[in-house]
Write a protein that binds this ligand. Structure first.
Ligand SMILES: Cc1ncc(COP(=O)(O)O)c(C=O)c1O
Length: 526
């Protein structure tokens, strides 16, 4: 073993690698039954007091030559196990949280390989196979949208960068030369439109592009929590009348709160009439195109000018993997094309360098994990997983509604549920009850759900996001929800629980019956 260097010998590398893969394998084995986090009383953000090590474990191990390998592997295992023991486990089957999936194992292996090979995607000539794999993966995704050539795209760090890039493309299309001359050269305030429920990455994007955050016009949602088309039309007309320059509408496929999909075809028609770029933020929901059964949910995607999709959401990739695609490939270069003297000159027959079509310069290979997962399992595996989560979500929604305790606060379109406690009033009172319910359901660390606001009203948010989640996990969650609801209602009406309709409610026995699987339900293929 060499001292004071990062170059390890063959045997040490192998031992460490095997040790780590064993830890990861055991971790994956635990995920179907793993608690998401510590119980509330054990959670702590420990003070930062460790000093930076001057010498490492390797130095100590080298001094004890005969046992050096054992020392090293024990250290790696202990450190990894501590990270696991004290971790918050997004990958647990009991995580019903935000759009963070259990990564595929092929994805984990791909990440290791990428770290080892460290391809630099800035230039195509120095990453030929990596660039080809990226381009191929993007073509596969675009074809699932129903797009014909020409189209192109790039992998990003996530939805944030993808949305930013798409608005930059739209800006360059509408205002040629803006990347060179700046927003001031437009001579009027440009405007972008999105629903009140659209993701906050859009606020950041318009701010970073120099348009000012007020350039993002938030349009109210209708009773289906979709962007209200007539309000959008009116806002565009009002802005034009006030001298503003509308140039882009962002529809959402899978809102963060509720999984709502805007009326993409309706918005596409309006954009066509108004001469506006249509971007679809499908960070979560555009992945539904991987299922033939459910692709219709995003009908109209084929008409969009650009789309964001995050493989690190519904396509079960480890972070980070976002993708932005556009049917106007020239705009990628219009937005991001720069020249530098120190990069190799482009070679004939080699596609455009990636740094000219992306906000990033040094760029890691975020495509291998999806490419490898598709090679290993095939697109149909995604279809099975998406269809099964849709089925589980529908069943859960039905059972929640029949519980007499909860109501659906927003339509269930994708595997995200917004529930409302039926008997807890509205406004602050409802929010207080929901926060208490979420705290009770999550305090033992077993599972994770959250509280949020949709169209101004508090809701309990539950998302089926792990491919490991089965009906039994949801039954356990439902039991916990009903038990917490019973306590909250008992506190509100101490003698007997009474529903808003005035009937007496035996919440405890409801908790038992509502968690039994209805006989009529067809089992989901999990
Ligand atoms: C609808 C939507 N768009 C964009 C984003 C941003 O994606 P990322 O976190 O990958 O940057 C999110 C994140 O949850 C999202 O829900």
């Amino acid at each position: 073993m060499s001292e004071n260097t990062f170059a390890l010998d063959f045997r040490t590398r192998r031992r460490l690698g095997y040790e780590l893969i064993d830890v990861i394998n055991e971790y994956f084995e635990s995920l179907p039954d793993r608690n998401v986090q510590f119980p509330v009383e054990k959670r702590a953000f420990e003070p930062l007091r460790d000093a930076m090590p001057e010498t490492g474990v390797l130095d100590d191990a080298s001094r004890l030559e005969s046992r050096s390998s054992d020392r090293l592997t024990a250290w790696l295992r202990d450190t990894s196990e501590e990270l696991i023991d004290k971790g918050f486990h997004l990958g647990s089957a009991n995580y019903f949280g935000l759009m963070n999936p259990t990564p595929t194992y092929a994805g984990v292996l791909a990440e290791t390989l990428v770290a080892a090979l460290n391809p630099q995607l800035a230039t195509t000539a120095r990453s030929q196979l990596a660039s080809k794999i990226e381009a191929e993966t993007i073509r596969w995704i675009g074809e699932r949208f129903g797009w014909q050539q020409p189209f192109d795209g790039s992998f990003t760090s996530g939805g944030n960068e993808a949305n930013f890039s798409a608005i930059a493309f739209a800006l360059s299309q509408h205002f040629p030369g803006v990347a060179e001359n700046g927003v001031a050269s437009i001579g009027a305030q440009p405007a972008v439109y999105a629903s009140a429920e659209a993701h906050h990455s859009l606020d950041k994007s318009v701010g970073l592009l120099g348009l000012g955050r007020k350039a993002l016009r938030r349009i109210p949602v209708d009773r289906n929590v979709q962007l209200d088309l007539s309000a959008l039309e009116q806002a565009i007309a009002d802005d034009r009348a006030a001298g503003k320059r509308p140039f882009c509408v962002v529809a959402t496929a899978g809102t963060t709160n509720s999984g709502i999909i805007d009326d993409i075809s309706g918005i596409a028609g309006l954009c066509r009439r108004e001469g506006l770029w249509l971007h679809l933020d499908g960070a979560y929901g555009a992945a539904v195109t991987f299922s033939d059964t459910h692709r219709h949910l995003v009908n109209g995607i084929e008409r969009c000018d650009s789309v964001t999709v995050d493989p690190h959401k519904w396509l079960a990739m480890p972070f980070a993997a976002g993708v932005v695609l556009t049917r106007h490939p020239d705009m990628m270069q219009a937005a991001f094309g720069v020249t530098t003297p120190y990069m190799p000159k482009p070679l004939a027959g080699i596609p455009l360098d990636n740094f000219k079509v992306s906000a990033q310069w040094t760029r890691r290979m975020n495509s291998l994990k999806l490419w490898l997962t598709l090679q290993m399992h095939g697109r149909k595996a995604y279809e099975g997983y998406i269809d099964s989560q849709m089925q589980l979500a529908r069943e859960f929604a039905e059972r929640a509604e029949h519980s007499g305790v909860f109501a659906l606060a927003a339509p269930q379109v994708l595997p995200i549920l917004n529930l409302r406690l039926k008997h807890s009033g509205s406004g602050d009172e409802l929010e207080k009850a929901h926060v208490e319910l979420v705290n009770r359901v999550t305090e033992d660390g077993r599972r994770w759900i959250s509280e949020t606001h949709v169209a101004g009203e508090s809701v309990i948010r539950i998302m089926i996001v792990s491919y490991l989640t089965e009906r039994s996990h949801l039954e356990d969650l439902q039991r916990a929800l009903l038990e917490a609801a019973a306590i909250i209602e008992r506190k509100a009406t101490p003698v007997e629980s009474t529903s808003i309709l005035g009937e007496k409610v035996d919440l405890e026995s409801q908790a038992k019956t509502a968690t039994q699987t209805p006989e009529t339900c067809t089992p989901a293929s999990t």
